[in-house]
Design a binder for this molecule. Structure first.
Ligand code: HEC
Ligand code: HEC
Length: 221
């Protein structure tokens, strides 16, 4: 037990979970991470370093847990490559842990982030590929779906989406198109370009099919 935890000892000064609200404050602070990194949920647009949503979306979808991402980010903060533009030890100790935990919670999950963050870790449930992707890819931050436990209202509720159709397409084809080419047929009353139109590139075909399977199964109320 002690050995397993030793690797994270740097963050053990304070009991309990990291303070992601503190992490967000530090991430977005003047001259801090957000001035060099894009992170959609933090609303930062820095272009000097890599886009952190892109950097971690793929690994997240491959099933990498939040703790692993947190460790990677903390490692980057503490061991910056010599000659990098990224300053070393910009935040230290518990602050570094909090920032890393915040990035791990937010990266690759577009949507609003009004100071809070998505509760729990949707990636922890095994054997639920479509649901996992639904949460990890940020769908849950815009769409209500009872099975996924979300009630977001940026886009239409997907609770009865399996009954939907459009363009004379068979239901599954319409659903797939709604995900990879959302502007092709707009849901009534919603503007174009609100739903990201790059899921066809950010998700591989297997992941898109898992989403179609999942929504066909649970979007039937
Ligand atoms: C002055 C600009 C700058 C600031 C400030 C900055 N970074 Fe970076 N960051 C970079 C650059 C440039 C890289 C590219 C890697 C390298 O140079 O070794 C990077 C790389 C990273 C990576 C690795 C991404 C990948 O694709 O592997 C992470 C994670 C990261 N930074 C997180 C942070 C966090 C968290 C903070 C705040 C504590 C921060 N950065 C502050 C410029 C910055
Ligand atoms: C930034 C918010 C946002 C995100 C993220 C988002 N959507 Fe959407 N989505 C919308 C909006 C707004 C619409 C309505 C406009 C349209 O049809 O493109 C929509 C429409 C849809 C529709 C068609 C619903 C209908 O009744 O016509 C489906 C299906 C859908 N989204 C699935 C997804 C899936 C799956 C994901 C994740 C891979 C996702 N969306 C991510 C905002 C979002």
């Amino acid at each position: 037990m002690l050995v397993a935890v030793a690797g994270l000892a740097a963050g053990c000064g304070r009991d309990g979970a990291p303070d992601v609200a503190n992490g967000k404050r530090l991430f977005t602070g003047e001259g801090k991470c957000g001035s060099c990194h894009i992170l959609a949920r933090a609303g930062t647009g820095g272009k000097i370093g890599p886009n952190l949503d892109q950097a971690f979306l793929a690994s997240r979808l491959d099933g990498l847990g939040e703790q692993t991402v947190q460790d990677i980010v903390q490692g980057q903060i503490e061991n910056v490559r010599r000659g990098s533009l990224m300053p070393e030890d910009l935040v230290v100790g518990e602050d570094a842990r909090d920032v890393a935990a915040y990035v791990a919670r937010a990266a690759g999950r577009p949507g609003e982030d009004p100071g809070g963050t998505v509760p729990g870790n949707p990636l922890a449930e095994p054997g639920q590929e479509g649901k996992r992707i639904f949460n990890a890819a940020g769908c849950a931050s815009c769409h209500a779906l009872s099975d996924a436990g979300t009630s977001a209202a940026v886009g239409p509720s997907l609770d009865d989406v399996a009954r939907g159709s459009g363009g004379g397409l068979p239901p599954r084809d319409w659903l797939r198109q709604s995900i990879v080419d959302p502007n092709a047929i707009l849901a009534g009353g919603y503007p174009r370009d609100l739903m990201p139109d790059d899921y066809g590139r950010r998700l591989n075909p297997r992941q898109v099919e898992a989403l179609v399977d999942y929504l066909t199964r649970v979007g039937n109320r």
